[in-house]
Design a protein around this ligand. Structure first.
Ligand code: HEC
Length: 132
């Protein structure tokens, strides 16, 4: 029943796959993965680069990333250095289809572009800044 309500709402909002990927990504992945800064986990730019180096083809990139995030394992990791530093990423409990949308969004998005960052991390009010 709850599923039906959710799908109805999504139908009303008429979000396409890319927007869904963006929504899921900004609601869940950015908690740990900052787009450009490595804090408690590698930045999105960093893991994306590792993946694009390994898989130049979008299909392979999306396949591998969605399967790995579905069930992170040390064996399948492309970032053993990050596991050493931060520990293995926890399993998040998303279904594979959602993870494919997220991976596809990551592949298509240039996170170094300013506009993308502004929408994920709105600027703090300038009035809080000390005057020089
Ligand atoms: C609770 C924190 C946390 C959340 C939430 C999180 N990650 Fe991670 N992620 C990590 C950490 C820590 C690493 C580095 C260690 C590793 O690779 O396992 C990592 C590594 C990765 C990697 C590199 C995999 C490799 O080859 O080792 C990918 C890809 C990734 N995350 C994607 C995602 C996506 C997509 C989401 C959102 C659906 C997400 N992460 C949400 C903590 C998180």
């Amino acid at each position: 029943m709850r599923k039906i309500i959710v799908w109805t709402l999504l139908g009303i909002l008429q979000l396409d796959a890319k927007e869904m990927g963006e929504l899921y990504f900004s609601g869940n992945c950015v908690t740990c993965h900052h787009p450009v800064k490595t804090i408690s986990a590698p930045s999105v730019v960093e893991f994306k680069k590792r993946y694009t180096n390994a898989f130049s083809d979008k299909k392979e990139f999306v396949n591998y990333m969605s399967k790995w995030v579905l069930k992170p394992t040390e064996k399948g990791s492309l970032m053993h250095d990050a596991i050493q530093k931060h520990g293995l990423m926890p399993e998040l409990g998303f279904d594979e289809e959602t993870l494919r949308e997220i991976a596809s969004y990551i592949y298509d998005t240039d996170f170094t572009k300013k506009g993308e960052l502004d929408s994920l991390f709105p600027k703090k009010s300038l009035s809080n800044r000390p005057l020089h």
